[in-house]
Each structure stands twice: as C-alpha cells, then as structure tokens.
Design a protein around this ligand. Structure first.
Ligand code: 6PG
Length: 248
C-alpha cells in the first residue's frame, strides 16, 4: 500500500504551475550536476506539460549537453503524429535547445508495442548498466481516471507496485491511441524524485481520489507512484478544488 506523504504545491493557474515546475526541474538539474556528470529526466506525455516544456525550452543559456531525456510512455504512432509524445518534446524542447540525438532515449514506435517495450527496457538497462532505472527526475501527468504514464486502472503491473517487473511494458489503452508503451511502477519508483503535474477542473476528482482516498493502485494508478526519493504534486487551483485538506 502506498504510504502517501507527498509534497503538494498549488498554483493559482496553469501558467504559475508551469513556472513552478520549470523552477523546480532546473533546480534539481543544477543541484544534480554539481554532484554527477549527467542528469536523466523522464518526460511526461499528454497536453499538460506543453507550457512547461516551452518554458524549459526557453532556457537556452543553460548547458543542456549533460541532460539525457527519456519518456514515461509513448503512443505507438508515427513520430510525426500529433498524438506522439516524442513530437511534443521535439517541438518544444529538443529543437529549441538543440538537443542531440545521443541525448534522446525515445521509445521505438515503428515496431509492435511488445517489441518496443522490450527494446526500451534494453535501452534503459544499458544506460544504467544494470536492471534498474535510477532516473534523476520523472515528470508525470494524471488522467481523469487516475492513470499516469500509460498505466491505466486494472493493469497487472499495479497489483504490487514494489514487485520487480520489466522496466517497460506494452499496454492496450482504453482510450485512443490504444497501442502504447509505458514505464512500470518498478521503473518509475526507482527515480530520485517525481513531479506529478495536474491542471484543470476535469482532473479534480482524480486528484482527490489520488491524495485523499485509500483506493488501491489498481483502481487509481497514480497511487502506485512512490519514488525512492521525493514526490511532489504540482497542481493548479482548478484541479485541486475537490481536495479537503490542502490549501493554496
Ligand atoms: C499520455 C500521458 C498520460 C497523460 C495523462 C494526462 O501519454 O497520455 O503520459 O499519462 O499524462 O493522460 O494527459 P493530459 O495532460 O493531456 O490531460
């Protein structure tokens, strides 16, 4: 069961949310790079992070050559599809910051989801040189049904989030695009810190269920996220409106 004790920070609107997320990610990056050569960042998909990525992408003054980019999940669609999480990152982050291809660990989408998951597991395994995934920071979103990455309610990987599993799995999603690949809780929870970014009133019920219910992770998948390090929820007031305890 998740021993839930995350930090919850509430923004007045989506712009302040993206500003705070930018500040925290850059702080984590700078702090990490004083202690190690590289910073590994897992990007979230969906629409919420667009503003955040645009803000990060405006920081051309920083040395991004020591940052490696991964994806928490991907839709198995062409890389130039508007549904591609890779395309969002390319347009808002990789191109503006001139990120080189050897810094980008994208999820293959030109093969079957099962083969893509296996290949991505191998990519991560090779990067960390062992069967772990100690990402320095993970960005995640939240769906209105409580899903995160492409871990939807009922996914077997959610039954026991602490159980060692492959780092990456193929997923048949209940919403299109249905063919997806996702990091598992086992992979995500080895991160040194995770930021869950949520905006909008349509997410309020999921936020409340995630933070103020005792639902099992298989019902509210984001409750499987319990990283080895810090867990921070960055929420705007609209998404936080159903919370009974948090103030902001
Ligand atoms: C994806 C995401 C997914 C997303 C949520 C929220 O590939 O769709 O990884 O987990 O974060 O569905 O999506 P929005 O930000 O579009 O609401």
């Amino acid at each position: 069961m998740t021993s839930y004790g995350p930090e919850i920070w509430i923004a007045k609107d989506e712009n302040e949310l993206a500003q705070e997320a930018t500040k925290r990610i850059l702080e984590a990056m700078k702090k990490t790079l004083t202690k190690q050569d590289r910073f590994s960042l897992v990007l979230s998909g969906g629409k919420t992070p667009r503003l955040l990525y645009q803000m990060l992408g405006s920081h051309k003054e920083l040395d991004w050559t020591r940052v490696d980019f991964f994806f928490g999940d991907e839709r198995v669609v062409p890389k130039n599809s508007p549904d591609s999480n890779y395309l969002l990152a390319k347009q808002t982050l990789f191109d503006p910051l001139n990120i080189q291809s050897n810094q980008i660990y994208d999820i293959p989408t030109e093969t079957s989801p099962t083969e893509a998951a296996s290949q991505y597991h191998g990519k991560i395994h090779k990067f960390f040189a062992k069967n772990t995934a100690g990402f320095d920071a993970v960005l995640l979103g939240l769906g209105h049904d409580g899903h995160t990455a492409s871990l939807f309610p009922g996914n077997q990987a959610l039954v026991d989030p602490s159980k060692p599993t492959p780092l990456c799995i193929a997923v048949e999603a209940p919403k299109p695009p249905s063919q997806r690949v996702s990091l598992t809780p086992f992979a995500l929870n080895q991160a040194k810190q995770a930021f869950i970014l949520v905006s909008g009133k349509e997410k309020a019920a999921a936020v409340s269920a995630a933070l103020e219910s005792d639902s099992e992770p298989s019902e509210i998948p984001v409750r499987a996220i319990d990283p080895s390090g810090r867990l921070v929820w960055l929420i705007d007031r609209a998404a936080a409106c159903a919370l009974t305890h948090a103030s902001g």
